[in-house]
Design a protein around this ligand. Structure first.
Ligand SMILES: [Zn+2]
Ligand SMILES: [Zn+2]
Length: 383
């Protein structure tokens, strides 16, 4: 059973079949569950939600910044394990629209520390800290934070973007200004070390050549494992993979095509492809996408164009690795935008334009999901 859900303020339901026998896709415009199969209560599920689909630092039309929520658990809620990948602008707001508090997250993994992937982290961790006061104690563990150790990257990074330092200093303005001291004075139940003390950074040293294990958790429904590999984008950038008994998902981040040239000979990042095939074909690939309409000559800077993957690259990746679904996010240009960086566009792209680009490779059009914020894909493992 597969469900595709879009959360908006409207409430309407459109149901349509996607493919054969066991696969049914649902598009719904509310948060009402459409699963009514009695068997589902006995099954596990994997749910992947794009918490933010904005591409790059420039805001557009209120879209939240980069982020993907991966949930695994028993049907129909799918909420035993909640893993957040990247926390761009508005991630806490986006989670709240899904009814999920920051304290409900079991882990946060950064694909890389470009600001558009982490600028919502301060809000998220401050919010988590405030909850310790409400509860009068820290009744939830430190947030595990996965990120690359760029010092271990090969070739060595010219510019080290230090994750431990980033996390340790995330609350500095609030400490330095005395805001945290004031908050503590009025509610001593809050954790005295401040928001940054509610974190546990796990630096990832391996993954230069082949996937390595980053984290795993045993649940009553089976093992949940996160693996990772380094990818081309900026030094230390990672792609992650989550394996669960209900399915698997690769979060490719901003991984670039390995060929930083206008005419490309490979489909996309070989590293991401390896992760998407190890140990078997991933069920879902979530990936940042740039449109080929921004190819050199369009007015969009070539140096930015070549360090991302195009929708066409990603259709090829999904097809060649045997993935069943492709979710495009971090869209450059954004749907409806008439501009991308300095480039003026003749017309704005639609979600269908994005799907068409990715589907040119032969990957099934109906198995491509493109925004908007908070669209989710749920895969159920029915016994
Ligand atoms: Zn980005
Ligand atoms: Zn980036």
């Amino acid at each position: 059973m597969v469900e595709i859900c879009m959360h908006t303020t409207f409430s309407r339901l459109i149901r349509y079949a996607v493919s054969a026998v066991t696969l049914m896709a649902w598009v719904m415009f509310s948060q009402v569950s459409v699963a009514d199969d009695a068997q589902l209560s006995q099954s596990s599920c994997l749910k992947v939600t794009l918490t933010g689909t904005n591409g790059g630092p420039t805001p557009f039309n209120g879209l939240a910044g980069a982020g993907t929520l991966v949930e695994f658990g028993q049907n129909p809620d799918c909420d035993d394990v909640r893993l957040q990948f990247d926390s761009g602008r508005g991630t806490t707001q986006s989670l709240s629209k899904l009814g999920i508090r920051s304290t409900a997250l079991g882990l946060l993994a950064f694909t890389h520390l470009h600001s558009d992937h982490v600028d919502g982290f301060s809000d998220l961790i401050l919010n988590r800290w405030h909850s310790t006061g409400i509860n009068k104690q820290s009744d939830f563990p430190s947030l595990d934070i996965l990120c690359s150790n760029p010092r271990a990257a090969k070739p060595p990074a010219q510019h080290v973007v230090d994750c431990k330092s980033f996390v340790a200093n995330i609350d500095q303005p609030f400490k330095a200004s005395g805001e945290l001291t004031q908050r503590l004075a009025e509610n001593p139940g809050r954790t005295s070390g401040g928001p940054s003390s509610l974190t546990r950074v796990i630096e990832l040293d391996e993954g230069n050549e082949k996937p390595a294990t980053a984290w795993s958790k045993k649940t009553p429904l089976g093992q949940v494992t996160i693996s990772y590999i380094r990818v081309n984008h900026i030094p230390g950038a990672l792609a992650y993979r989550v394996d669960t008994p209900a399915g698997s998902v690769v979060i490719g981040g901003d991984a670039a095509n390995d060929q930083p040239i206008e005419v490309r000979t490979t489909s996309t990042s070989d590293s991401t492809a390896l992760l998407a095939k190890s140990p078997d074909s991933a069920t879902i690939i979530v990936h940042s996408a740039t449109s080929k309409i921004l190819a050199p000559g369009s007015g969009y800077p070539k140096k930015f164009y070549v360090r991302q993957s195009t929708a066409e690259d990603l259709g090829t990746l999904a097809k060649s690795t045997g993935a069943r679904y492709l979710m495009l996010t971090h869209l450059i240009p954004a749907i409806g935008a008439k501009k991308a960086g300095p480039a003026d566009l003749e017309s704005a792209m639609t979600a269908n334009d994005w799907k068409a680009e990715a589907a040119e490779t032969g990957f099934p059009h109906d198995n491509i999901i493109v925004g908007p914020d908070r669209v989710s894909l749920k895969i159920s493992n029915t016994p």
